[in-house]
Design a protein around this ligand. Sequence first.
Ligand SMILES: Nc1ncnc2c1ncn2[C@@H]1O[C@H](COP(=O)(O)OP(=O)(O)O)[C@@H](O)[C@H]1O
Ligand SMILES: [Mg+2]
Length: 255
Amino acid sequence: MNTILETKNLCKTYIINKRQNNVLKNVNFSIAEGEMVAVMGPSGSGKSTLLYSVSGMDKITAGEVIFRGNNLSGLSAKELADLRLDEMGFIFQQMYMLKNLSVLDNIILPACQSKKNTASRKEKVQSGQDLMRKLDIIDIADNDINEVSGGQLQRACICRSMINHPKIIFADEPTGALNRTSSEDVMEELTKINKDGTTIMLVTHDVKVAAKCTRVLYIVDGNIKGEYNLDKYNSSSELRERERSLNNWLMEMGW
Ligand SMILES: Nc1ncnc2c1ncn2[C@@H]1O[C@H](COP(=O)(O)OP(=O)(O)O)[C@@H](O)[C@H]1O
Ligand SMILES: [Mg+2]
């Protein structure tokens, strides 16, 4: 399997009021193409910071992030922006939809911004509609983004993250704000996307969500304390058993 993402001694330090907060301390891991990796760990352990660092959203303090052979620190701001637009998808709570655009226009925005995406406006609209149909939110295509529910908005975020056919999708607690049914729907979509070949790295507090991934990284105080391998999830897999074994391991980790 080809490595898609790799870190070497990744460090991230925040400085606030002259006080140094070493949030990530020499983090090393790699993700192969096609994996679906969950990052778990206590609140404040650096999970979101890790996701922002490896996705080029945050500047790292030391070490390397290598995405498909590119050292992110070696890219110009423009090269990095293009790479993120064309090859990465994001489902981040902080990446709000724009209020003056419809849901559909928000979804196709990354396609309109990408220079690599040479489809016509009409084709982009069509792709956006196709994704919305797949995620069962086509009814809200023309709505304002403040006229939709949390679950619908999260599905719209998934559509947006997929519009440029990314190699990898980064998701920070994609089901965090959802009720159980919406959460299961969103996970079903993410596992489908993964089955179709897109690598996924997500942060979650939910054992049920992590149990559908292929691997779990457990992070404590800015370091990966352990990792747990699961087989690829398919709907016939015994989910209860996956959850049980993962739970046992998490207990060992101090969860
Ligand atoms: N933008 C930021 N500026 C300063 N400190 C931050 C920033 N983001 C996160 N931190 C700090 O980094 C640590 C890890 O935060 P975070 O990555 O959000 O943890 P998690 O996602 O695991 O809950 C916390 O101590 C937090 O206060
Ligand atoms: Mg977080």
